[in-house]
Design a protein around this ligand. Structure first.
Ligand SMILES: Nc1ncnc2c1ncn2[C@@H]1O[C@H](COP(=O)(O)OP(=O)(O)O)[C@@H](O)[C@H]1O
Ligand SMILES: [Mg+2]
Length: 540
């Protein structure tokens, strides 16, 4: 193979970028407009996340030079989007907030552009929920408060993120949230209709984002924040905004019955279809959720039970040695986490076992079904059949398709020398070799007494041999003419009588479907001529 032609999409580990400054270690994620890598700074030995502009489906990579080749996209269109990508870096560079990822560097190489960001250890929220299931309520609210704080910071600077979703929220090992992926972010003038390119993530994008010209404001990110919160407290991705025209959004409380009415109501209001019915800023949303003006400090909305418990704990705290209680609580928490972990593990194992059992059951079912089909098929090849579709190819091969009975009628069976094999289709044959057959079979061919309706509308009732008319039988042609008599290898041969619709007939000898030998011609009025025929003509 010519190496020049081999292409792969992502840069391979060990690839150097920016004059050897960064060395690619592995891929972190790949989306529609970019590939994000984990990379090492060669001199500082520090790690960074580098995002490469790469339009999935329209870019391929030259394996030798790492450059990007365009496929099915004009240079100027590509450059327009690449420019928007660099704008992501410029948008980010304007922001300075601990909850928003920073830009360290931007550079062009390999015919594309790169953004360098500090590498955030941890996982994104999507992965966290996928791994652990829905999060404990307090933790989910804590994450929301942090994300809202960062979004509030953006909104106050007239910047919309426009792609808030679990996969774009990194969770550090210290449970700090960091918003990433500002690839869709745009500056906005509140409530003014602006033409923003419609790029969206189903389930988290608000309905107005499906239109490139509708009004957008902070309430658009509010929808996505509501949807993200929905996911973190239920473990289920909410119904897509567009689909909500046809099906109702399942209330989060229906999925997680422990959810408070306040939380349920807040999520639904944040996710209202009409922007004007939603919270208009994150402050409104977080205040409603926590009932606290200072929601920016990590917040917890506790139910009645836990309030009772905390009062009890305060009394304990006063009555007992403080340190002891803290120790007790720590251990309690650890025990709780480890119990939850165990429970998840057991549940996972049970699910895997159930899945394996189900797979084994399905395999056995398939095996039994195939065996039954083989049994039915061999009965078909050597027995009586009803309405079997037949296509004769040559002396040794036939294609059969059952139209009745228990055999799978959606497939054809190719029969070669009496052996059957399932195939998805049969080759076309001339109409006189394609017919529907009911009658006796031998080795997969009509053989013995049977009847056939041919694709050219001729019918035959009589004797068959190796798929062909052979011996005595009656053939009826589409115009009403009939032939009753002997056949050889599909043709009228031997003694037979052809009767026309006006009553005239020929009665005599045949060869190769033609009058041949002695015979009588009788016209419609009963006048008779007898004589010797040769290839369809009466000899002089
Ligand atoms: N700075 C970073 N540190 C660590 N991981 C990151 C960083 N940036 C992105 N990632 C990971 O890569 C994934 C894709 O990055 P993202 O910027 O969201 O690009 P995309 O456009 O492909 O969604 C993220 O979901 C996250 O898991
Ligand atoms: Mg992303």
């Amino acid at each position: 193979m010519n190496e020049e032609n081999v292409t792969f999409n992502e840069l391979q580990p060990g690839t150097a970028l920016y004059d050897g400054k960064y060395i690619i270690e592995r891929v972190l994620g790949a989306g529609g407009f970019g590939i994000t890598y984990y990379a090492r700074h060669a001199k500082l030995n520090k790690y960074f996340a580098i995002k490469e502009f790469f339009i999935n489906g329209y870019c391929v990579r030259n394996v030798q030079h790492f450059t990007i080749l365009l496929q099915g996209i004009q240079d100027d269109v590509y450059d327009k989007y690449r420019h928007k990508f660099v704008e992501e870096a410029q948008t980010l560079a304007k922001l300075d907030h601990p909850g928003i990822v920073k830009v360290v560097d931007v550079f062009d190489e390999n015919g594309t552009s790169y953004i360098v960001m500090p590498f955030l250890s941890g996982e994104n929220l999507q992965e966290v929920v996928e791994k652990n299931g829905k999060l404990p309520y307090e933790l989910a609210v804590n994450f929301m408060a942090q994300v809202c704080e960062a979004l509030d910071y953006c909104h106050k600077r007239s910047i919309l993120h426009r792609d808030v979703k679990p996969a774009n929220i990194m969770i550090t090992p210290e449970n700090r949230t960091v918003l990433i992926d500002f690839g869709s972010a745009r500056e906005f003038v509140h409530d003014k209709t602006q033409s923003h390119t419609a790029m969206l993530t189903q389930g988290y994008a608000p309905p107005e984002q499906y239109s490139s010209v509708s009004r957008k404001g902070a309430y658009s990110d509010i929808y996505s924040i509501g949807a993200t919160f929905y996911f973190t407290v239920t473990g289920v991705k909410p119904t897509d905004a567009a689909a909500r025209l046809l099906e109702n959004l399942v209330e989060p409380k229906t999925i997680n019955s422990k959810l408070s009415d306040t939380a349920n109501r807040t999520i639904l209001k944040a996710m209202e279809i009409k922007p004007e019915n939603r919270y208009q800023n994150v402050d409104g949303l977080m205040y409603e959720l926590t009932k606290r003006k200072d929601w920016r400090n990590p917040v917890v909305e506790k139910g009645k039970k836990s309030k009772g418990l905390s009062i009890f704990l305060i009394i304990c705290l006063l009555a007992l040695c403080g340190g002891g209680v803290v120790w007790y609580l720590e251990n309690q928490k650890k025990a709780e986490i480890s119990a939850r972990f165990q429970e998840n593990l057991l549940q996972e194992r049970a699910e895997i076992e159930a899945r394996l059992q189900e797979e084994a059951r399905q395999q056995e079912e398939t095996r039994q079904h195939e065996e039954e089909q083989r049994r039915l098929l061999s009965a078909t090849l050597n027995g009586r059949v009803i309405n079997l579709r037949v296509r004769l190819l040559d002396e040794n091969s036939t294609y059969l398709q059952p139209t009745e009975g228990d055999l799978d009628g959606s497939v054809w069976y190719m029969i070669i020398d009496g052996q059957a094999e399932r195939v998805s289709r049969a080759p076309a044959t001339p109409p006189e070799r394609a017919f529907i057959y009911s009658g006796q079979m031998r080795n997969g061919l009509p053989h013995g007494e049977g009847e056939a309706k041919y694709d050219d509308d001729t019918t035959y009732e009589g004797s068959f041999q190796r798929g062909l008319r052979h011996g005595r039988g009656i053939r009826t042609f589409p115009n009403g003419t009939t032939y009753e008599g002997e056949h050889l290898e599909g043709k009228a041969h031997g003694r037979g009588r052809q009767t026309n619709t006006d009553g005239s007939f020929y009665d005599g000898n045949w060869a190769n479907d033609l009058e041949h030998g002695f015979g009588r011609l009788v016209d419609a009025d009963g006048n008779e001529r007898a004589g010797n025929f040769e290839n369809g003509r009466m000899a002089e």
